[in-house]
Design a protein around this ligand. Structure first.
Ligand SMILES: *Cc1c(COP(=O)(O)O)cnc(C)c1O
Length: 370
């Protein structure tokens, strides 16, 4: 039996599961993880807090994750200068689960979601998984959002949910405040539309968080994660900030006790170490900028990046270049964007290994466009 022999839903036929290759290679720069392991004092604090939680594992976890939401609200308030409280914040197992809950609530059969390609593939996949039709809008050649084209697609397609990924994965492009406001207005002019700002890479951006825009805009939702800046991809903790009514609405679809006591305890320990963890973000931002400079110095094209990764090209055969870099022991990401590859900012030594690999690939190819 193969999948297509099973009576799977029509919209899942012929699809592939999401996932980058998990290869055993010395330098892994393909999934935008933070290269720095959690510091030992935090590891010990997690062990303490998890031990405490373990003593109560016969009980269900706090279904409303109250202490954790207070902690996340405090972090957001400090990080953005915009005051949010527990009622504005909701947490789940990774921001992917947050996105799924939002689409279960505001999308679904007969409804549609719009995003601007190339963008995070999971927006499309989670939409389809929840029975929401996916609409792909265009970008400019420099990967910024083409506002006129966006307004036209919104008017023609009348989406129920609009995704704005800022900074955008895989291009690294941040979306400025005025563009977001224009998109929000254009969408609301057609019908009430939930606008999801995916700020998974917000901490790495040159531009301030778009969180303050949620004030007075009840259909604007900002999603965040501890997978990238907090260096805790293995934890699976994502969250949203929005009008309290949005938090109330997702209660209708969340599974009861979705966030385990162990997860809540671990995330609370990580929040105690916010300042230490964000110290690594400064190193990674400097490394990101170095990657941009050095790749450009090799004559390559690099998209301006506000994230912890860099999109570079332009190659006639990006997949062949991906393979050549891999042959040098460095795994980067081929997202299928024609001509472009993506590299995550790693430690300085990992980035040196990557830059050396690219230098030899470029040299082997001579001066012709790769
Ligand atoms: C990595 C990433 C996420 C994070 O997903 P988690 O489920 O929180 O690990 C969300 N959005 C984008 C655009 C990402 O690149």
């Amino acid at each position: 039996m193969r999948i297509d022999d099973l009576p799977v839903r029509d919209e899942l036929r012929g699809k592939s599961p999401y996932g980058a290759p998990q290869l055993d290679v010395p330098v892994l720069l393909n999934t935008n993880e933070n290269p720095y392991p959690l510091p030992e004092p935090l590891v010990r604090r997690i062990a303490e807090r998890v031990a405490e939680a373990a003593r109560n594992l016969n009980r269900y976890p706090d279904r409303d994750a109250v202490e954790l939401r207070d902690g996340l609200a405090g972090y957001l308030t400090r990080a953005t200068g915009h005051t949010v409280g527990r009622a504005n914040v909701w947490a789940a197992n990774g921001s992917n689960e947050i996105l799924q809950q939002l689409l279960q609530t505001f999308g679904g059969p007969g409804r549609s979601a719009l995003g601007f390609a190339p963008t995070y593939q999971m927006h499309d996949l989670i939409a389809r998984g929840t029975g929401t039709a996916w609409i792909s809008g265009p970008r400019n050649d420099d990967f910024t959002i083409d506002l006129d084209a966006a307004r036209a697609v919104i008017a023609a397609e009348r989406p129920d949910v609009l995704f704005v990924c800022s900074p955008n994965n895989p291009t690294g492009t941040a979306v400025d405040r005025d563009t977001v406001l224009a998109l929000y207005q254009a969408a609301q002019a057609v019908k009430p539309t939930v606008v999801i700002i995916d700020e998974a890479y917000g901490e790495f951006s040159h531009q301030p968080s778009l969180l303050p825009l949620t004030e007075g805009r009840p259909l604007l939702v900002v999603t965040r994660t501890m997978s990238k800046a907090f260096g805790a991809a293995g934890l699976r903790l994502g969250y949203l900030a929005a009008d309290p009514a949005v938090v109330d609405a997702v209660q209708l679809v969340r599974l009861p006790y979705h966030l385990s006591s162990v997860t809540q305890a671990t995330a609370l320990a990580a929040l105690e170490f916010t300042d230490t963890l964000l110290g690594y973000v400064d190193i990674l931002k400097a490394e990101r900028d170095r990657l941009v400079t050095e790749l450009r110095a090799m004559g390559l094209r690099v998209t301006d990046s506000d994230a912890n990764f860099v999109q570079f090209g332009h190659f006639d055969d990006a997949h062949a270049v991906w393979q050549s870099i891999l042959d040098h022991g460095v795994l980067v990401r081929d997202n299928g964007v024609p001509g472009w590859l993506r590299v995550t900012a790693g430690t300085p030594a990992e980035n040196d290994a990557f830059l050396d690999a690219v230098r030899s690939v470029v040299k082997d190819a001579g001066t012709k466009e790769l």
